[in-house]
Design a protein around this ligand. Structure first.
Ligand code: UDP
Ligand code: MG
Length: 326
């Protein structure tokens, strides 16, 4: 089957999650407009999702929106996290193609034309992959490497290393992603899970244009655990294997002790052995309980069926407003 997409998109949506990015927004808007001006026939909309910023980002968006009718913005009732903001933006966007990108200008708008060309060539999803991570601190680079290795080893879906959340989607892909019911979102995994014809373009990450990254070590760790437990059952299953191994080993050790007692007689009472094995086994038990807890917690959030986010205000949407359909 050939693709039903038109050779030319009628409307492009640029979706941007925003959390305390007041310093970057005007420059981002200007650079986006400059990049899109290369396509005069292409109508555009900017969908900004203010994820509970406290630095006046939304007011700034309102001011920008007064000058540019292409700007739409929703404001969350509080900070719901980047994944929720991206989900809201993808639901609100109505374009034939949708570009998802960060607000902090680390994702250069100038490569959007290249992504559009790939789409015209037949790609349904174009992922911008960063050439290097030199703008990231060393600890974070190591962490990311470790995470990707782990993810590749444990999960059925593959995520390209270096892929951030800078992507162009065909309408079909957006509809497919919007139709996914899960509440724990992990965009990097989802985009790879849905499949479709995917291509990559390479770009050089810029340093943040202003402000600072809102992902500290703890938040990154949380993000990594979310990603792994959304897409892998291995952490849950590995414990039965560990249990069998451990039981086998302690059986052998028991036999060895028995043999020793029979040949040499009973040695000093085995306080160290008991201590060591007890601590070891309780450690393993605690870890495995934690892993089970991780998945049970996940079931808990899914079962509650709470919406991913709540919208407090919006600008630029014609009524009836785009509601968060749970
Ligand atoms: N972001 C968001 N909600 C959050 C944290 C971040 O919408 O709770 C947005 C942020 O405004 C930016 C993007 O997600 O547009 C990436 O965030 P950041 O630059 O802090 O992450 P990094 O580039 O360090 O991965
Ligand atoms: Mg950033």
């Amino acid at each position: 089957m050939t693709t039903a997409s038109p050779k030319w998109p009628g409307l492009i949506s640029i979706v941007v999650p925003v959390y305390n990015e007041a310093r970057c927004l005007a420059a981002l808007h200007a650079r986006l407009c400059a990049a899109l001006d290369a396509y005069p026939g292409l109508r555009r909309e900017f969908v900004f999702v203010d994820d509970g910023s406290r630095d006046g980002s939304f007011e700034l968006l309102a001011a920008l929106g007064a000058q540019d009718p292409a700007i739409k913005a929703v404001r969350f009732a509080r900070n719901f996290g980047k994944e929720s903001a991206m989900a809201a933006g993808l639901r609100a966007a109505v374009g034939d193609i949708v570009v998802l990108m960060d607000a902090d200008l680390q994702h250069p708008p100038e490569i959007i034309p290249e992504m559009i060309e790939r789409w015209r060539g037949g790609a349904q999803m174009v992922t911008a992959v960063r050439r290097s991570r030199r703008t990231d601190p060393l600890a974070r680079r190591l962490f990311s490497r470790g995470f990707y290795h782990f993810f590749h080893a444990l999960c059925d879906v593959d995520i390209p290393e270096g892929a951030g959340d800078f992507r162009l989607f065909d309408r079909r892909v957006v509809d497919a992603i919007n139709a996914l019911p899960e509440r724990n979102r992990f965009m990097k995994g989802i985009t790879s899970w849905v499949g479709f014809r995917q291509e990559e373009v390479v770009f050089e990450v810029a340093a943040r244009a202003g402000g600072e990254s809102s992902f500290n070590t703890l938040r990154l760790l949380r993000y990594a655990i979310d990603g792994l437990s959304s897409f892998s059952m291995v952490p849950l299953r590995v414990w039965s294997l560990a249990g069998v191994l451990l039981a086998g080993l302690s059986g052998l050790y028991g036999l060895y002790l028995l043999g020793e007692a029979m040949v040499f007689g009973v040695q000093t009472p085995g306080f160290p052995t008991i201590m060591v094995s007890m601590l070891f086994v309780s450690g393993v038990q605690l870890i495995s309980l934690g892993v089970i807890g991780e998945y049970v917690g996940r079931i808990f959030t899914e079962v509650k069926r709470r919406p991913l986010y709540l919208i407090a205000d919006e600008i630029g949407f014609a009524p009836p407003a785009a509601l968060p359909t749970a």
